[in-house]
Design a protein. Structure first.
Length: 214
């Protein structure tokens, strides 16, 4: 799918995105997003980036940890998604929304204390996941974390069908490669990698810690 067509797709999908994620994750209370924000290890006054932020469901959870002196940036290439996000965070002056591509982050090196990505990494096509991880490493400060939360393979047959449709939309070979070797992909870019399964049983978190440059 070409980039222009993908942008139009996500602009349209923004109207249903929150319900779609809720169906996959079973997270009606948004608790999983707050759990992810807590695992980022942020402190007051620090700075975090949420890539592929979608409708911005993670942003307020991150903001709670950095407080009024910190900064949260939500990035997405879809204007429709960012419009929905803006409605959620309009009362938070230290949450900034940026329209840009996750494979070409418009930020200086080593300026973020955490980078997150919630239910969006599997949407990246072709070589975009590897390019995205290189960019994440570049903008992370040494010793800081990238946290990727994604759907695990669902048990419900209908939700499982939707899950595999999503995976194969990346291209059959690429989709299967992501599922089988995502840990190895992360280890190519980060010094320490940890995989957690959250309480819902449908969601996992992969955490990569940025090592010093050799």
């Amino acid at each position: 799918m070409g980039k222009r067509l993908r942008v139009r797709y996500y602009d349209f999908f923004s109207r249903f995105y929150d319900k779609f994620v809720e169906l996959h994750s079973g997270d009606r209370t948004k608790k999983l997003r707050y759990d992810l924000a807590e695992k980022a290890g942020l402190s007051a006054g620090e700075t975090a980036l949420d890539i592929c932020t979608g409708t911005g469901s993670l942003l307020k959870g991150l903001q709670e940890h950095v407080g009024g002196e910190g900064l949260i940036v939500g990035l997405d290439f879809s204007r429709g998604m960012l419009k929905k996000a803006g409605q959620k965070v309009s009362t938070f002056p230290n949450i900034t929304l940026v329209q840009a591509d996750a494979v070409n982050l418009p930020f200086k090196n080593e300026i973020f204390d955490a980078v997150t990505c919630s239910h969006a990494f599997y949407e990246l096509e072709g070589d975009a996941p590897a390019r995205c991880l290189r960019e994440v490493v570049r903008v992370l400060s040494v010793g800081s974390r990238f946290l990727m939360m994604e759907h695990d393979v669902p048990k419900n047959w209908l939700v499982r069908i939707l899950f595999y449709i999503r995976i194969f939309s990346m291209g059959r070979n690429r989709g299967l490669q992501v599922l089988r070797s995502e840990n190895e992909e992360f280890r190519r870019h980060f010094g320490r990698v940890e995989k957690l399964k959250l309480k819902s049983g449908r969601t996992k978190v992969i955490i990569g810690e940025r090592a010093p440059q050799p």
